[in-house]
Design a protein around this ligand. Structure first.
Ligand code: COA
Length: 160
């Protein structure tokens, strides 16, 4: 693939996301990492804060561009002429939701956008941003799940 896109809310980005991004970046010439708003989620970090954390933890991967976007993902992808969305698949619980996003994007784009799934590695099967937010709130151990930079940010957010 020449150009592909990995999207998410990243509230915050976890090591599970980073693992998928590293693998996806090897499958294409350039990977756009799109930090989006999911209208059904109230986030701990603003869109700008989430993008800044994503940029910082991915700074060593050369063929990546991080962007933020509000609106339909399919519209943005049309703007940049990108036809492939990469998504990570964790346990079965992801399947139904991911299928609805994949078909949604396929239909909105009139069949132009395909979704490619990468299976998450076993160590991150049950990691999610809400689990790490809860761990951070109650001072749980975070280093298995989050980059050090993100740990600092999330601890600070809960002190505020
Ligand atoms: N490692 C760790 N966690 C992972 C993960 C991985 N590999 N893959 C998914 N997750 C978790 C996330 O942390 C998140 O956890 P949370 O719900 O506890 O916060 C959850 O899985 C889902 O996250 P994400 O992949 O970020 O998806 P999302 O549902 O938050 O966001 C958008 C989906 C933003 C990409 C989608 O809503 C979108 O494209 N919105 C734009 C509007 C649009 O185009 N809508 C039409 C779609 S058809």
């Amino acid at each position: 693939m020449k150009l592909a896109l990995y999207s998410g809310t990243f509230d915050p980005i976890t090591k599970g996301h980073i693992e998928i991004i590293k693998r996806a970046s090897k499958m294409c010439d350039k990977l756009v990492v799109a930090v989006l708003n999911n209208s059904s989620k109230k986030t701990l970090f603003t869109l700008e804060e989430r993008k800044e954390m994503v940029e910082t933890v991915l700074k060593d991967i050369k063929n990546i561009e991080v962007i933020e976007y509000t609106g339909l993902l399919a519209n943005y992808m049309k703007e940049i002429d990108c036809k492939y969305i990469i998504r990570g698949l964790r346990a079965v619980i992801d399947y139904e939701y991911e299928l609805s996003l994949a078909y949604g994007n396929y239909d909105i784009s009139e069949g132009e956008i395909e979704t490619v799934f990468i299976p998450s590695s076993k160590e991150y099967l049950y990691v999610s941003s809400s689990i790490v937010r809860e761990l951070a709130l109650y001072n749980g151990k975070l280093d298995n799940y989050l980059d050090d930079y993100v740990i600092k940010k999330i601890k600070k957010r809960f002190e505020e």
